[in-house]
Design a binder for this molecule. Structure first.
Ligand code: CIZ
Ligand code: SF4
Length: 369
């Protein structure tokens, strides 16, 4: 198959008005034509009208492993930008990774940039020797160049599935951790490892020296970047309290991107894989309040209904990951039909040297977890 890249906007415009029904038929036809040359990876947070086409599903850790194992020429990644970057870094050089809508980003990932992290590293150097005393740890929800920064500075990547093992690895190497971009995942993981809250300080990247004093930095074990997920911050402890009053025998399970008080009020805290596996393994007729993205909660509520399980979404308002939702049947149809016609659109290709340095940090993570 010959390949050529065509411009996104001009080409996609025609697809905007294709009905969902027509998309279904056209996606199926394109997939039949592409056969084994194309694999479709889908994150748990994808909308149902896209998720149903997945060959393989998972959280970002599982999907990054799966991406590395594929033999197909094309990997169509239904998720967000940083995940497609990881797939590109870990896949074979001849493989091509495609993100159906390039606007599918992650607002949390956008809260840390290489410029800001490098500036922090320089500022920290006024107080201590960062390369000897701090392991930089980036949540996988970050741009490839930040993973590259970690690769270059003796650091590592983590996901919500392996954060504890990664922090243990990090503290075996150096006495402090700079954790970005999600303060909540960092704080919750540190707290569960027994690090006192007062030894976890927040680095406000808009202030000089992160808004901290040199003493605070010297006393800290973890320096938490002031980033968060706009979806998971919607969940509040009072949602848990109200639900518990109505469901005294129920269980509460939350994602560690939720705020500290929500995690503390929950019976279980874990990644999307953990949430799905915990609810799946629970006895029939149990009741669950789940604090993570709406598409996932709606899907498992349906899936486990036949077992008599009641699964409810934590927030009273609809809060879904709007960037994940950018991948719709129209973009998927456009991508697949172009591929079937021999044209690659929306390729995600991490440039060098970022790709090599990021691979160092990702390989460290895969070896630890
Ligand atoms: O790591 C992931 O896939 C995300 C974004 C959430 C989770 O916990 O699975
Ligand atoms: Fe990013 Fe939050 Fe969406 Fe996850 S749910 S992809 S952290 S914005």
């Amino acid at each position: 198959m010959t390949t050529a890249t065509i411009s996104l906007d001009r080409a996609f415009g025609l697809y905007r008005n294709v009905s969902d029904e027509e998309c279904t038929a056209r996606i199926q036809a394109a997939r039949a034509k592409l056969g084994k040359s194309t694999v479709l990876l889908c994150h748990h947070y994808q909308r149902p009208d896209v998720y149903r086409y997945a060959d393989l599903t998972g959280d970002s850790l599982k999907l990054s492993r799966l991406a590395a194992q594929q033999d197909s020429r094309f990997i169509v990644f239904c998720g967000v930008h940083f995940m497609a970057e990881v797939a590109d870094i870990l896949s074979k050089p001849q493989q091509i990774v495609i993100l159906p809508d390039l606007a599918a980003g992650c607002s949390m990932a956008d809260m840390a940039s290489l410029v800001k992290v490098e500036r922090s590293w320089r500022e920290l150097a006024a107080v201590l020797d960062p390369d000897a005393e701090i392991t930089p740890v980036t949540y996988i929800n970050s741009a490839a160049d930040l993973k590259g920064f970690c690769g270059e500075h003796g650091g590592i990547v983590c996901t919500s599935s392996n954060a504890k093992a990664i922090l243990e690895w990090s503290f075996r190497r150096r006495k402090k951790v700079l954790f970005f971009p999600d303060q909540h995942l960092g704080r919750w993981t540190g707290y569960k490892m027994g690090i006192p809250l007062e030894q976890m300080v927040v680095w406000d990247f808009d202030q000089e020296l992160g808004g901290l004093t040199p003493e605070q930095i010297r006393d800290a074990k973890m320096i938490l970047w002031k980033g968060h997920c706009s979806v998971h911050q919607m969940f509040q402890p009072q949602h848990v309290e109200r639900w518990r009053a109505a469901h005294p025998k129920g269980f509460v399970i939350s994602h560690p991107e939720c705020g500290f008080e929500v995690c503390k009020a929950s019976d279980f805290v874990g990644s999307t894989e953990t949430i799905i596996n915990t609810v799946a393994a629970a006895p029939p007729n149990t009741e669950w309040l789940v604090g993570t993205e709406l598409n996932l909660v709606t899907r498992i509520a349906e899936e486990f209904k036949p077992q008599g399980k009641l699964i409810q979404f934590m927030a009273p308002t609809v809060c879904m990951c709007s960037t994940m939702a950018r991948i719709d049947p129209q973009h998927l149809c456009w991508t697949l039909e172009n591929l079937a016609a021999g044209r690659v659109v929306n390729r995600i290709e991490v440039p060098e040297p970022d790709a090599t340095q990021a691979r160092v940090a990702l390989d460290r993570m895969l070896a630890v977890s």
